[in-house]
Structure formats: structure tokens, C-alpha cells
Design a binder for this molecule. Structure first.
Ligand code: ZN
Length: 134
């Protein structure tokens, strides 16, 4: 794994939280994007080498809606950048970690992503993320 690429934070409302994080980080949100397949709207901030990704549910029953119901707003996942997502998925599976999906999926910010189930990672949802090559 190369570095922490971003930290994902679940919020109830981007309209409320984007201005809050702009003040907190003293930097403007540079991108908002909806990922329809995941039922989520995202907003990104750059902080040095790392990004902050805010996640708002677009529909009841989506992953983020369920998370907010269970735990409320807060840190949702940590994303690590990898240079070969398939190789890293195979390595982690062989080490006994549980992949949420067997294949990488399209993520926000031109990435392909894969999640590790928190039950195999001390309760932390881990995302692997790799730049999608055009
Ligand atoms: Zn993420």
C-alpha cells in the first residue's frame, strides 16, 4: 500500500458539512460527485498528500444511510492507494481478510475501489483505491 489516499467521513448533509470543512481545513472543496451505483454524493478536499471525502446518502437503504442510522456522523473508512488493486486484493484475501466485493468497483474521483469488510479489520472499513487508467 502506497499511502493513505483519503479518509471518508459520513455526513447527513453536504450542504451543511461542506462549508464546515472548508472552514475547518481552510481550503475550498474542489469537487463534488455522485456515485449512483453506491447511492452516495461525495465532496472532496485536499490536505497535503491526503484527501478528505465527505459522503452523504442519496437514498434510504444505501450503505451510508445505514451507517448514519447505526453510528451517526463520523469517520466511515480509510482509503489506501495501491498500484495494483487486483494483486493487493489477492494478497489480502490470502492473508484471511474478507473482501466486500470480489471485483473492484467504480468509485468517485476516477478510481477503482475495493472494500475490506470491517469484521476482518478490527472494525475499520478499509478501502483500496487505484487511479483508473483511461
Ligand atoms: Zn472512499
Amino acid at each position: 500500500m502506497l499511502k493513505v489516499e483519503h479518509i471518508g467521513i459520513a455526513v447527513k448533509s453536504l450542504a451543511v458539512s461542506v462549508p464546515l470543512f472548508e472552514k475547518l481545513l481552510n481550503t475550498p472543496c474542489y469537487k463534488t460527485e455522485e456515485v449512483a451505483t453506491e447511492g452516495v454524493a461525495t465532496a472532496f478536499f485536499r490536505q497535503g498528500e491526503t484527501k478528505i471525502e465527505l459522503l452523504q446518502a442519496l437514498e434510504a437503504g444505501s450503505t451510508i444511510a445505514k451507517f448514519l442510522d447505526r453510528k451517526g456522523e463520523g469517520v466511515h473508512h480509510i482509503a489506501f492507494e495501491v498500484d495494483d488493486i487486483y494483486a493487493e486484493m489477492r494478497r489480502l484475501e490470502a492473508e484471511g481478510f474478507t473482501l466486500v466485493h470480489p471485483e473492484p468497483r467504480p468509485g468517485a474521483d476516477n478510481k477503482q475501489v475495493c472494500f475490506l469488510h470491517p469484521k476482518s479489520t478490527n472494525g475499520i472499513l478499509i478501502e483500496l483505491t487505484q487511479e483508473r487508467k483511461a
